[in-house]
Design a protein around this ligand. Structure first.
Ligand SMILES: Cc1ncc(COP(=O)(O)O)c(C=O)c1O
Length: 406
């Protein structure tokens, strides 16, 4: 297995003379040359459509698309490749489920209090438009999942509980949710379980069968893949029954002026010409991640987060969102700043120290607004190509800036 540090050579942005210390991986990761090449090969060698025409270009695209689907299925231990649907992103995947299921008025959907807008807005929209009842399960004060509160919310919802939709790892703070246990409780109450895996699929081994979940959504651009490719995975019988949001080309077996017969999965959900370059690049991203090893990625990021956490946690005016123990926050260190604006500090870090982080509310407005925090947090998020030297530089820079600015 190659040393993680040596893998940096595979990333053009990390090999450049002005290579940044890139700590915005929860938003998007950098891409290795193999993914860039896979995308380039599509455009330079066979820039055609998949699944339709039968000339040589098209056959190559169809073949490579099927390869990507198989690789993705194996990556998450899906029982079949057909259960893997290519979408644009996590948002698109979550919306397909939210709006593809049939709802009755007062059906209950449970989410947590630390949702990315992608797993909140669709439910608020359905609440307004179709009268579902969206309820929020509050976390413990340190942001760990509150199983007791969740069990009480399920019991309170009774027979009206239809779906529990939670992230596996929160993008606000990196805190992991006990998905297998949550899914088991949801199923005991007769509800389906959907997992927003946007922050877990890139960072840890995933197994949809072991977790016994019903739907899962994630984004390939957060795991070395091209922009604008996402995955929706679902249990076969649930996908078979679900309404598609993208009815059109390739989504039917046949159509007449008055009638149609729907195609099976996954095609029913992949209407219209697709982002073929992106889907092929997704396969290259999975090849790369498999070589690095998902468990190794998780351990490395957690270790780096430990160093970062130790270096900033005692700085007056800086507090880390979530539990102090970095092991419970994967590769994410999200800092609240008392007396300095997160956006301003992010700009200073970028311009004076070549360090790229995220600042703001990270699309989790609900959490910040419920606490009256107006300018969000400064979030550093690691990936396997980050080094201890980089994290030490981040810590030293934070300490220096702290002594001058706070
Ligand atoms: C937990 C979580 N869910 C959903 C999303 C939305 O992902 P996308 O913008 O790729 O749809 C993100 C993006 O940061 C996320 O972190």
């Amino acid at each position: 297995m190659p040393e993680l540090k040596s893998l940096r050579e595979n990333f053009p942005t990390l090999s450049a003379d002005d290579a940044p210390i890139y700590l915005d991986n929860a938003c998007m990761t950098l891409r290795p040359q193999s993914v860039i090449d896979a995308v380039g090969t599509y455009y330079s060698k066979h820039p055609s459509c998949g699944g339709r025409s039968i000339h040589r270009y098209a056959n190559q695209v169809s073949q490579k698309m099927a390869d990507s689907r198989r690789k993705m299925a194996s990556f998450i231990n899906s029982p079949s490749a057909e259960q893997v649907i290519f979408t644009q992103n996590t948002t698109n995947s979550l919306n397909q489920v939210a709006k593809g299921l049939s709802w009755q008025e007062r059906d209950i959907v449970l989410t947590s209090d630390r949702e990315h807008n992608s797993n909140l807005i669709p439910w608020l929209q359905l609440e307004r438009e179709q009268g579902i009842d969206h309820r929020v399960v509050t976390s413990l004060p340190n942001n760990l999942f509150d199983m007791e509160a969740f069990e009480a919310a399920c019991a309170d919802a009774g027979g009206r509980l239809r779906l529990v939709s939670m992230p596996q790892v929160g993008n606000l703070d990196g805190v992991e949710y006990p998905i297998k246990e949550i899914a088991s409780v949801a199923h005991d109450h007769g509800a389906m379980m959907m997992v927003d895996a946007a922050q877990s699929a890139p960072h840890m081994p995933l197994d949809v069968q072991r977790m016994d979940i019903d739907f899962m959504a994630f984004s390939v651009h957060k795991m070395l893949g091209p922009s604008g490719v996402g995955i929706l995975w679902g249990k076969e019988e649930l996908l078979q029954d679900m309404r598609t949001l993208s009815a059109g080309g390739e989504t039917v077996k046949w159509s007449e002026y008055e009638d149609l017969e729907w195609a099976g999965i996954p095609h029913r959900f992949e209407g219209g010409l697709s982002n073929y370059a992106g889907i092929i690049g997704a396969g290259a991203a999975i090849d790369y991640l498999e070589k690095v090893g998902m468990q190794r990625i998780h351990e490395h990021e957690t270790k780096l987060n430990g160093i970062l956490t130790n270096g900033v946690k005692d700085l007056q005016g800086i507090s880390i969102i979530g539990p102090e123990d970095a092991k419970l926050r994967g590769g994410i260190c999200s800092m609240l700043l008392d007396g300095f604006e997160a956006h301003e500090l992010a700009i200073v870090l970028d311009e004076s120290a070549n360090i790229m982080v995220r600042s703001g509310m990270h699309c989790v407005h609900s959490w910040f607004r419920s606490r009256g925090i107006e300018d969000g947090s400064l979030r550093a998020s690691c990936y396997f190509y980050n080094t201890e030297d980089e994290i030490n530089t981040m810590v030293e820079t934070m300490q220096e800036l702290h002594s001058v600015l706070f």
